[in-house]
Design a protein around this ligand. Structure first.
Ligand SMILES: [Zn+2]
Length: 291
């Protein structure tokens, strides 16, 4: 399993959105600006910076980040709901992520709707965002428990409406590396859009699952600094990028020496400390001697 050289893999860092959903973590607008600036300086391509519909504080942080001179694309997270998109547009966001559930478990049991309803909501929402000139990315929630054909139907609608990539979310963290390999080998040739892989770390497999998906042809990876996030978190930015750099020889455009600073900043703002055995950023990591 060796990725072809010359492949471009981009990081969509969601420390400020999915990361902040970690129990007990709340970043101030200033914290968020500092994290976004550090992510940008490290070379991250996309920063998912928040959900403007959440309220005034979130909107203030979003505006602050958008006013900073960043090279990274700053993305606002939205449900496929008119109010969400209008709140993002009102903040001045030009990159919007629109997320829909794609598993029947979520669609029928959690929100008591139908697949047709999801497709309609997605179409209307992308159309609305595009009418404001926004660039759209689409998120498929709970994709790992969804029917692959429905994921592809959502991807096709997204592509037809002009979205630039689609997120495949293992929302409940139930995938294993071999399953990911199987799924992505089938999915990649059939999917009309580049796929962003979004893995959760319930069984310690988020980074491994991410790398397998990228190896099979996914083009982008969601990450969070130090792997912070809901439950036990997401794929760690430092783990994914360092493994791509040192084990696969793939340059993501991100400075692999930026992680100590980034993780210390996030730990300080969230009043946590770094587990010493944490890969890449833990104090006992061998590579620390190289810094
Ligand atoms: Zn997530």
């Amino acid at each position: 399993m060796v990725m072809k050289h010359g492949r471009t893999i981009r990081i969509v860092d969601t420390t400020l959105r999915d990361g902040e959903q970690s129990p007990g973590i709340v970043f101030s607008a200033q914290d968020k600006l500092m994290i976004a600036t550090a992510l940008d300086q490290a070379g991250v391509a996309f920063i998912e910076a928040g959900m403007p519909i959440m309220g005034a504080e979130e909107q203030e942080a979003m505006k602050l980040i958008l006013s900073a001179p960043l090279s990274a694309k700053v993305i606002a997270w939205n449900r496929a709901v008119k109010e969400d998109i209008l709140a993002s547009v009102a903040c001045g966001c030009s990159f919007v992520h629109i997320s829909v559930p794609v598993s029947d478990l979520h669609i029928q049991q959690k929100i008591k709707k139908s697949r047709e309803w999801v497709i309609e909501k997605l179409k209307t929402s992308i159309g609305l965002a595009r009418s404001f000139g926004c660039t759209v990315t689409v998120g498929a929630e709970d994709a790992s428990r969804a029917d692959m054909d429905f994921f592809l139907q959502v991807a096709n609608v997204a592509a037809q409406m002009g979205a630039i990539h689609i997120r495949y979310a293992d929302t409940v963290g139930c995938l294993t590396p071999f399953a990911v390999h199987d799924i992505f080998q089938k999915l990649i040739p059939r999917c009309p859009l580049p796929i962003e892989v979004h893995m959760h770390n319930d069984f310690g497999l988020a980074s491994a699952n991410t790398l397998v998906a990228l190896d099979a042809g996914a083009a982008l990876s969601s990450t969070t600094i130090s792997g912070i996030g809901e439950r036990v978190g997401n794929a760690g930015l430092e783990e994914v990028v360092t493994a791509l750099h040192f084990l696969y020889g793939i340059d993501t455009g991100i400075n692999v020496r930026a992680f100590k600073n980034l993780s210390e900043m996030v730990m300080q703002f969230s009043n946590r400390s770094i587990y010493p055995y944490k890969p890449v950023i833990g104090s006992t990591f061998l590579g620390n001697r190289l810094r």
